[in-house]
Design a protein around this ligand. Structure first.
Ligand SMILES: [Zn+2]
Length: 426
């Protein structure tokens, strides 16, 4: 019997052990709650992507039932974390693990071994970086590279399903070192970076299909896994590909839901369910082409709008003024237009309003109109447009919220500017 921190590990000999008698050897009240150590346990601790077991400890002397919410390894000891408010047991206890939950985790864990190996056979460069098993959300595998063709995932799933249905025996064995384990299994999947030369290694074998170093709990025969389905793939934050899978009734429910979603989508797209991906990919390409065409058209429109502004230039004394409405153009386009106009015509004062959803205003003047301070006019316009602005006497930009006042703001700007120019000429 294996042992860790003074606790005999019953789950290694028999992962199907649901209840057992044990002695309480240590009670620790820590910041995370009350922790119980036992002389032996069937509760599997959290680790290697498998969550810790939950269940009950029944105090023999009183019959009192104490809830265990999690099992972990803490400083090399197996600790049973009591649920909040539970009073720790003393003496002899009967441990009872939440079997339905554990059995589901065992099925998920074994399915993960098979799927990992199938994927590796399909794509020798693919590697499973880490796994996460969860009784309510199924299993997750984080894979590199993060771009695996869908057809390879489907092929790995099919190969795994066939093997699961064949009913292959799963067995375990202990080796005194990674080197000895590797000598017995030429294709052993093992993360050696995590192991020291003299660490003992537990090898979990699925027939002669796969051998992997693993300390988790697994089923005895692959048929116990039941129906297995890849239920999602997405890019994970760490640059790997997150692949989700489920087993049994949960997998069937999800498969049914996904099949119905495919049927519904095929009705929307008016295409056969197995042609959805092709149709969606075509639609996406069409959309991108249209987007590009729209961008070109709006660029052309903005050039035309700016070009036609020249017709609105008025001459007041020595100055030339342009009050232009470019509503529909983006802020950068309006600024570009204003700068271009006053550079080409150094006597010009340009007051432009643009913007797509909310008005933006830009005031600029050429080098020969330096007596005119544009800031007061800009501020007055912002008052009418319900916004704010900033800049210097030669260039002002701002934005507003009241698109309906654009005409009024431009008229007021024109009146203000003509008054300023007349004052200057006097
Ligand atoms: Zn495992």
């Amino acid at each position: 019997v294996s042992e860790r921190g003074g606790t005999a590990l019953l789950y290694f000999d028999d992962p199907y052990l649901k209840d057992f008698a044990a002695e309480v050897t240590k009670v620790v009240r820590g910041p995370s709650g009350t922790l119980i150590e036992l002389d032996k346990t069937a509760f599997h601790p959290r680790g290697g992507g498998q969550p810790g077991d939950s269940g009950f400890l029944v105090e023999k002397s009183s019959g009192r039932k104490i809830r265990v919410s999690d099992t972990q390894v803490l400083d090399e000891s197996i600790v049973h974390l009591l649920a909040e408010g539970e009073i720790p047991p003393i003496g002899t206890v009967e441990g009872v693990i939440d079997w339905d939950r554990r059995f589901l985790l065992m099925r998920l864990h074994t399915a993960e071994h098979i799927l990992s190996k199938s994927l590796q056979k399909q794509l020798p460069d693919a590697g499973v970086e880490k796994i996460m098993l969860d009784e309510s959300h199924g299993g997750k595998m984080f894979i590199t590279p993060n771009t695996i063709p869908w057809k390879d995932l489907v092929a790995a799933e099919e190969a795994s399903s066939r093997l699961i249905e064949e009913g292959i025996d799963v067995s375990t064995g202990f080796f005194e070192s990674p080197a000895l384990a590797k000598a017995s299994f030429t294709e052993l999947r093992i993360k050696e970076a995590r192991l020291k030369d003299n660490d003992s290694v537990r090898v979990v074998s699925v027939g002669d299909f796969d051998a992997a170093a693993c300390t988790g709990t697994h089923v005895r025969n692959t048929r116990e896994i039941g129906f297995m389905k890849i239920t999602g793939i997405s890019a994970a934050d760490d640059g790997t590909l997150e692949l989700r899978f489920e087993v049994g009734d949960e997998a069937l429910d999800t498969a049914r839901r996904l099949a119905n979603a495919a049927l519904e989508t095929s009705a929307v797209l008016k295409t056969a369910p197995d042609k959805i991906a092709r149709t969606a990919s075509n639609l996406k390409e069409d959309f991108n082409n249209l987007k590009e065409a729209f961008k070109n058209a709006s660029r052309e429109l903005s050039t035309n709008k700016v070009g036609s502004l020249a017709e609105s230039i008025e001459t007041i004394g020595d100055s030339r003024i342009l009050i232009g409405n470019l509503y529909g153009l983006r802020r950068e386009e309006v600024i570009e237009a204003a700068n271009k106009l006053v550079k080409e015509d150094e006597s010009l004062i340009a007051i432009l309003v643009g913007g797509a959803h909310a008005p933006v205003l830009v005031l600029a003047r050429g080098r020969k109109s330096e007596q005119i301070d544009l800031l007061p006019i800009g501020k007055m316009m912002c008052g009418i447009l319900g916004g704010g602005c900033g800049g210097k006497s030669s260039f002002v930009s701002g934005c507003g919220t009241k698109a309906e006042n654009v005409g009024e703001a431009l008229n007021a700007a024109r009146d203000g500017l003509i008054a300023l120019l007349k004052k200057k000429d006097e």
